[in-house]
Design a protein around this ligand. Structure first.
Ligand code: ADP
Ligand code: GLC
Length: 486
């Protein structure tokens, strides 16, 4: 099958979160299954390309007041996957992908509309796929355009669309006059299409027009059909319940495993855990607290600082945490509210709450390797990748039982020796605190703790199985359409 991925970020070219890891890994797994996969990405200032050739010099993108002309670069093949880049410096040659601390870029609708139209125009020339697989609101206009403005284009007659929701909290909401600006028809501005409380909602458009909708864990696929987690789109999703499913993300163990990790001080494995202690010393050093007692449990956090991630629970129990025999190493950046929270904790107890406000991939790996536990108290978590990485590094996850966190972590039971981590359900500071107490209690018995670590390290969340699930969906969509000429 010919599959085109449309997404706004992808490792190693651009990344703000887990979406980039998924778009970097799933196409490779599909290529290994024998499919032809191309990935279209915006070319940002951060995107480093060597020897990219200009394939299409001038693709015309209409806006109501002017035409814009972008080019398409050939990024070459990586692990059997073809990469293309939409190059339009006025939109993408900027400091960040989506916005700065001052807020989102005001022209994000135009930026990602240009990107989505360019994907369609370029693939008409470079090869129309059997499937467009689109991800999150930034590529949501691909299915919308395909079933509206491009409906009569014979070249796409056999093309189906799959849309994956990585996070329903980000929908791409814009004022109504965005529609004419983007040359989209006004009849999209209805409740069953893109209208949402008086605004234009890109994600809702994708939910209305895609042939199939997936999300990144089974639990999250159920949660987003409820008011608590659906961010107002639960009704739309319930209406499409038989074309919505959850497929758990895999992870790339070439990048994330303690045997192969090029960022860590010493490799280690379930058979020989000696290196982990060295990684722990190194971690304390990285955070400038090398004098801390290395036998104290270290709790790691690597995260975007966003409401989704549940850090208000940490604020609630900060005083209790400060009294516990632990060290917390925190890496992240994002909302000022949480940055301030962690900065205050760090100021009050610098040896207990070690902090680096940054985006730092090498340090993220060193935390995975050096910490004893990994904390993710998320309010909601579509899949979550860090807890899956943590399992492989023998770094025991302490998580809230939501979305992918619930699907990937089994609660530890010392009586049976089964389980891989600790989880709590009720979104409250006291539930989090008692679960941390439970983990610290378990940590005291180092021989059963080792069993718990090994349970996690033995789990396999590689992409092979999930990629096959996607292929089943792609194949299911094909017979409903006229047989492909290809
Ligand atoms: P989300 O996509 O919601 O941010 P995930 O757990 O799916 O959450 O993925 C987060 C990814 O981003 C992981 O690969 C994680 O290591 C990385 N990451 C998040 N924050 C940082 C940071 N400050 N520095 C380095 N990597 C980070
Ligand atoms: C989103 C979610 C995260 C998920 C990632 C990749 O950013 O917040 O839970 O793991 O996408 O699917």
């Amino acid at each position: 099958m010919n599959i085109v991925f449309a997404a706004s970020e992808c490792v190693p070219y651009s990344k703000t979160g887990g979406l980039a890891d998924v778009v970097g890994a799933l196409p490779k797994a599909l290529a290994e299954l024998g499919h032809n996969v191309s990935v279209y990405l915006p070319k940002y200032r951060q995107t480093k390309l060597t020897d990219a050739k200009v394939l299409l010099r001038s693709v015309t993108i209409p806006f109501d007041d002017q035409y814009r002309f972008c080019s398409v670069l050939d990024g070459g093949k990586q692990s059997g996957v073809q990469f293309y880049f939409i190059d339009y410096p006025p939109f993408f040659d900027r400091d960040a992908l989506y916005g700065t601390s001052a807020g989102d870029y005001p022209d994000n609708a135009e930026r990602f509309a240009l990107y989505s139209r360019a994907v369609l125009e370029a693939s008409k020339i470079l090869g129309p796929p059997d499937i467009f697989h689109c991800h999150d609101w930034q590529s949501a206009l691909v299915p919308v355009l395909l079933r509206t403005s491009y409906l009569d284009d014979p070249i796409f007659r056999n093309t189906a669309t799959v849309f994956t929701i990585h996070n329903i909290g980000y929908q791409g909401l814009f004022p109504p006059d965005t529609l004419p600006l983007l040359m989209l028809p006004w009849d999209l501005f209805t409740m069953d299409k893109m209208e949402f409380w008086g605004k234009v909602n890109f994600l809702k458009g994708a939910l209305a027009f895609s042939d199939y909708i997936t999300t990144v864990s089974r639990k999250y696929s159920q949660e987003i059909q409820t008011p608590e987690y659906g961010f107002g789109l639960e009704g739309v999703l319930r209406g499409r319940a038989n074309t919505v499913s959850g497929i758990l993300n895999g992870v790339d163990y070439n990048e994330w495993s303690p045997e192969k990790d090029k960022f860590i001080t010493r490799p280690y494995s379930p058979e020989n855990l000696a290196g982990k202690k060295e990684c722990k010393r190194d971690l304390l050093k990285q955070f400038g607290i090398e004098n801390a007692n290395v036998d104290l449990p270290v709790i790691g956090i690597v995260s975007r600082f966003a409401t989704q991630k549940g850090f208000d629970l940490i604020a609630e129990i900060a005083d209790d945490l400060a009294g516990l025999p632990i060290v917390v190493t925190i890496l992240g950046s994002g909302d000022k509210e949480y940055e301030d929270l962690f900065r205050n904790l760090n100021r009050q107890s610098p040896d207990k709450f070690a902090l680096k406000v940054a985006y730092d991939n090498a340090l993220a790996h060193r935390i995975e390797a050096g910490a004893d536990m990994f904390l993710m108290p998320s309010r909601y978590e579509p899949c979550g990748l860090n807890q899956i990485y943590s399992l492989k590094y023998g770094t025991v996850p302490v998580v809230r039982a939501t979305g992918g966190l619930d699907d990937t972590i089994e609660h530890w039971d010392p009586a049976t020796g089964k389980g891989t981590g600790f989880k709590f359900t009720l979104y409250s500071g006291s539930s989090l605190l008692s679960t941390i107490h439970e983990a610290l209690e378990a940590f005291k018995d180092q021989s059963s703790w080792k069993k718990l670590m090994i349970n996690g390290m033995s789990k396999d969340f590689s992409w092979a199985a999930s990629a096959k699930e996607y292929v089943k969906i792609y194949e299911r969509l094909r017979p409903s359409r006229p047989a492909s000429a290809a």
